[in-house]
Design a protein around this ligand. Structure first.
Ligand code: NCD
Ligand code: ZN
Ligand code: ZN
Ligand code: ZN
Length: 451
């Protein structure tokens, strides 16, 4: 019996080295990776022309919006952007209208996504006001909780540490991780008041109103609660040197903590904020060059767990408003993450094995996404095919996302995503989305045995 598909004339990454091999797919799963002569017969053969097969990216920080925010992004446009960027699974953030914070809103999002998505989608939930509802949210299949410390999103009063600790204890028991936006609300509020009084209206004033200390302070606080509850904490978009140090201290302390950085915090700093103005406003803000240097040093030493896009689409009108205090923060990133990182690979700044670990393997293990994140036999055939030699200019007007702008616009990068497969089905081919809406699935958290 022939297998379904063979990707031939390709290269794969084996123990950090790129070697010639093909990949056989059967019933959506990796059947075999082997040299040409050891590949099975297949109903369909696809010639990859020497391109490299990578595990599809698992982007654990994506705002797909939809519903009342569908004018910014919806399940189709957002997952089409993912497919275009070699991302085969996104984890959707809960800061929606309405906020994802109970089993009903969660189930509704899952259903809508199943009708429209072209890559797989898993979901975060915010914390409900009544902690008893955590159980039903977990049963419904949320893979993690998301906690914003910069302002309250969801039902949990973030100024009540006793309550936070109880919430952490409850999810720790269920072995569900908590992703945290760590910026201390009180520091943000007082700095903002100070900055508003100065009357300054430049974008750097926005950055000054969200100092690195707000990040570090919040990380330290969450770490204390993590220590008491043993919950697994994943710190989102760590952006500063002192924030990073606070995280590393918690790790050294033996806590169950991991951290994420974004491509924009790795590749942009205050200079870019000045050039791109409000378009480059995001939370946490772009930092000083010394912060960027410390992120890279931590990355190269293996201290960073994941790279995620924090794909946060808004309309161009929302980005280009006069007052810096009214600008909607966020940068669309699904379509630039992999090309930008491949460009760093081409410059020798990021070993390709590290790229795979940061964007596929680690997210799969942190969020308990079984049989994904690496291309071993039996795992789902979630694949990004890339041409490492192809140079091209990033053009945000061609984005599949509704957010057609980027601080990376017109950057020339070496490394292009040419095809994306989700569970063995081709979903993107040469920038074209070839999957029908609704052909992908919702990935629910696996039930643990003792629940
Ligand atoms: C995000 C958004 O727009 O939803 N914005 C951002 O600046 N990153 C929210 C967030 O991730 O904090
Ligand atoms: Zn955030
Ligand atoms: Zn975000
Ligand atoms: Zn620029």
């Amino acid at each position: 019996m022939p297998v379904d598909t063979v990707l031939r004339n390709a290269r794969v990454v084996v123990r950090g080295r790129i070697v010639e091999a093909g990949l056989a797919i059967d019933e959506g799963r990796v059947f075999r990776i082997a040299k040409k002569t050891n590949l099975p017969q297949a109903s369909k053969k696809i010639d990859l022309k020497g391109n490299v097969i990578l595990p599809g990216l698992i982007d654990s920080h994506v705002h797909l919006r939809n519903k009342r925010l569908a004018y910014k992004e919806d399940f189709y446009s957002g997952t089409a952007a993912a497919a275009a960027g070699g991302v085969t699974l996104v984890i959707d953030m809960p800061n929606n209208k309405p906020v994802t914070m109970d089993s009903i809103s969660l189930r509704e999002r899952m259903k809508l996504a199943e009708k429209r998505a072209v890559v797989n989608v898993a979901f975060y939930s915010a914390f409900p006001q009544n902690l008893k509802e955590i159980s039903s949210i977990v049963k419904e299949g949320a893979v993690a909780f998301k906690l914003y410390m910069s302002k309250q999103i969801g039902g949990l009063d973030i100024s009540d540490y006793g309550l936070l600790l109880r919430a952490f204890n409850t999810v720790a028991e269920k072995e569900v991780p908590v992703a945290v936006h760590a910026e201390d609300r009180r520091i943000l509020e007082s700095e903002r008041r100070k900055m508003e009084k100065t009357g300054h209206k430049d974008v750097e004033t926005y950055a000054k109103a969200r100092p690195p200390e707000a990040e570090a302070q919040s990380i330290r606080q969450i770490a204390q609660l993590a220590k008491k509850s043993r919950v697994a904490i994943h710190f989102c978009h760590v952006s500063s040197k002192i924030g990073l140090n606070a995280f590393l201290a918690a790790k050294k302390d033996g806590l169950n903590v991991t951290c994420e950085v974004t491509p924009h915090h790795l590749l942009l700093h205050l200079k870019h904020l000045k050039t791109h103005k409000t378009l480059a406003i995001t939370n946490p803000p772009l930092r000083k060059n010394k912060d960027v240097v410390s992120l890279w040093s931590a990355l190269n030493q293996g201290f960073i767990d994941t790279i995620a896009s924090d794909h946060a689409p808004h309309t161009i009108e929302e980005k280009e408003v006069e007052s810096i205090w009214e600008v909607k923060p966020g940068i669309p990133g699904l379509e630039t993450t992999l090309p930008l990182l491949l460009n760093e690979v081409s410059k020798g700044r990021l070993p390709i094995a590290d790229l795979i670990k940061l964007t596929s393997e680690k997210p799969a293990s942190i969020f308990n996404l079984k049989n994904r994140g690496s291309l071993v036999e039996g795992n789902w055939a979630d694949i990004a095919v890339v041409d490492l030699k192809r140079k091209y200019k990033i053009n945000s007007s061609n984005f599949h996302s509704k957010a057609k702008y980027s601080p990376f616009d017109r950057w020339i990068v070496k490394g292009k995503v040419t095809k994306t497969f989700v569970e063995g089905r081709i979903v993107m081919d040469d920038d074209e989305i070839v999957a029908k809406p609704g052909t992908s699935q919702t990935i629910r958290r696996m039930r643990m045995n003792h629940q």
